[in-house]
Design a protein around this ligand. Structure first.
Ligand code: GRG
Length: 288
């Protein structure tokens, strides 16, 4: 990884700092008018402020740079996507789902704040994400409503939640690569897809460019999941994962070909170098 690629997602990246500051601003605006709300706000802060890699919002800001849109204009949108991502992790870690004790090297939200508060923190992040988008982009209501609808599709039945349902019900039963990749496209790919497409919509791009950004985002989302599967297989190959189906070498090959598809999608819109290309390369090589 060269230093340019590293800087795309490193904690010191100015984009990550912008996202973190905006997330903190959002948290600070929560009105704690009763001490009874304190655990909930602490729980929200615990998962949103001490975020992970911020891959989805960084991706959105970079797409914006390529389309000539300022980060200021896009911060509410990319934070909304990150809020939905954060809610999905909090809920996914609950005993009723994956029942995980640790995330990002720390106890999971429900381990610290209890299940009821963790559930509510997730509910709030999901609900407020839509409010944030609606209020931030009502100046151009057509674009704003379009973005809200896209976000709903990406997070809901046809997207992340549907993917999670398929995953829960089909656990250890992924015999076909196509259906496993479809699950990943829903569960992981949809948020990558929507952050890119939404930026194109909110910046007033042509329908053609919106579609191309959608295609690029979907492709990068799949690449992200394949890289994640490889990282998770470092010690042991998890049943039901892509490496369990096609092996480590097969998964690396899939990651390489999907990364090339993502680059090809960018080439079609004239992007052959720069931070979006760097991001594809970073994901292909990442180890965390
Ligand atoms: C509970 C509705 C609902 C959905 C859960 C996101 C998800 C769906 C489950 C989490 C488990 C998982 C491994 C999902 C695949 C997506 C993924 C790779 C999540 C981790 O994303 P990162 O690496 O996390 O961007 P950080 O910590 O960096 O934010």
């Amino acid at each position: 990884m060269n230093s340019q690629t590293e800087s795309v997602v490193s904690a010191e990246s100015p984009r990550v700092a912008l996202i973190n500051d905006f997330a903190n601003e959002w948290l600070q605006k929560l009105s704690v008018h009763s001490e009874a709300l304190r655990p909930l706000v602490d729980s929200l802060r615990y998962s949103l402020a001490n975020g992970g890699k911020r891959t989805r919002p960084v991706l959105g800001l970079i797409v914006g740079e390529q389309l000539g849109v300022s980060p200021r204009h896009l911060l509410p949108w990319v934070l909304a996507v990150e809020m939905i991502h954060t809610y999905s992790l909090i809920h996914d870690d609950l005993p009723a789902m994956d029942n995980d004790d640790f995330r990002r090297g720390k106890p999971t939200n429900h381990k610290v704040f209890g299940e009821a508060t963790a559930l509510l923190a997730g509910d709030i992040l999901l609900t407020e994400a839509f409010g944030l988008v609606a209020r931030s982009y009502c100046g151009n209501s057509e674009r704003g409503i379009h973005a809200v609808a896209l976000l709903s599709d990406a997070a809901g039945f046809a997207g992340m939640c549907g993917g999670q349902a398929i995953d829960l019900n089909a656990k250890l039963n992924h015999h076909q690569l196509d259906s496993l990749l479809d699950l990943h496209a829903r569960k992981t790919g949809c948020l990558f897809r929507v952050v890119c497409e939404g930026v194109a919509v909110l910046s007033g791009s042509s329908v053609d460019l919106q579609n191309r950004m959608r295609q690029f985002g979907a492709s990068l989302g799949l690449c992200f999941q394949l890289a994640d599967d490889l990282i998770d297989s470092t010690d042991k190959i998890e049943a039901g994962s892509v490496p369990a189906l096609v092996g480590l070498a097969g998964t690396r090959k899939l990651l390489e070909s999907e990364s090339n598809r993502a680059r090809a999608a960018l080439k079609e819109i004239g992007i052959v170098h720069g931070p979006l290309i760097d991001l594809v390369g970073w994901n292909e090589q990442r180890t965390f």
